[in-house]
Design a protein around this ligand. Sequence first.
Ligand code: NAP
Length: 313
Amino acid sequence: MRILVIGAGVLGSYLAHVLVRGGNEVTILARVKRAAELQQDGLVIRHYFQRKTTVDQVKVIAELQPDDVYDLIFVVMKYNDFPAVLPILAENESSNIVLVGNNGDTRSMQRFFEDNSRTPKNVVFGFQLSGGVREENGHVICIRAGGQMVLGSLDGEVPFKPLMEQAFKQTKYKLDYQKDINAWLLSHIVPIVAINSVSYLHDGDLAQASKDKVRWKQAVAVMEEGFAILEKLKYPVNPAVLVNGVKKHKTLIYQGMRFVHKLRFMKLVDGSFSEIAALYQSFEPLKGQANLLTPAWDAFKQQTFTKYALEQR
Ligand SMILES: NC(=O)c1ccc[n+]([C@@H]2O[C@H](COP(=O)([O-])OP(=O)(O)OC[C@H]3O[C@@H](n4cnc5c(N)ncnc54)[C@H](OP(=O)(O)O)[C@@H]3O)[C@@H](O)[C@H]2O)c1
């Protein structure tokens, strides 16, 4: 199957590796530096827990032409990077697109395709359950269990499910279809902004962050407020265990988060505050609609945005 992966960062590289090993004809669209790395060394991934390194050769392109048709296109990038590539995809004649990553704005992205595409598009949203970092030389260190993506369409069944199944048939990668992927992604934003805010306020120093009892308590409160917003707006919030945890077992969640951030491999989970800032902003309309008091959320947002503004000067 002809598959294009746009965004060969940490998660896109692993996804491309899985698809290559699954017998597909995989092309990666990459910008100049990344393209040069891929052409020189191939797609190099250190699988951290599996203690192995893989190298795959992939075709690399710098641009997507309108008549360059693929059976499936995966776009794997940060939420704030998606808008730059949507017009290029809308111009292209391929039909089946999966946008993979954090997303607080699935409906308007889908609407963009409906309003601007030359040919009709089937748009699906997904989130890959893995993490990692890129080293200076472009090699990826990948943290994962088996390899899994949660995914779904905003309008019922994934329209190209048979193609997805076929693409991953010869792999161990799991596809976890969600009835309400928008609710899944919105729910996921809540712990992501809370946890990343603590680490960002400590400049990514997780050893220091894990000692900050005050901010971890605040992070639990941020999650409780974020989930309350979604519940008030009748989103099916998940995972239920975390939602119940922040309501009924605050100390346990607080201790769990501090403990996890002491673990060595957590240093290898990448993030950038530009994406977290965009995710915070994506919640503003929901906060307005829910009309709830969110003092912990607002304080975290204000502290992190102040730091971010100073850094941008
Ligand atoms: N990494 C993790 O540990 C982790 C864990 C859980 C969830 N996630 C989520 O997964 C998503 C993807 O994260 P990631 O870590 O894989 O991101 P990433 O490493 O930043 O990769 C994004 C890739 O997209 C490319 N890109 C960005 N804008 C582009 C454009 N306009 N045209 C072409 N390519 C473009 C980047 O190109 P360049 O190489 O040229 O910069 C980069 O290769 C995010 O939502 C993230 O929060 C990540």
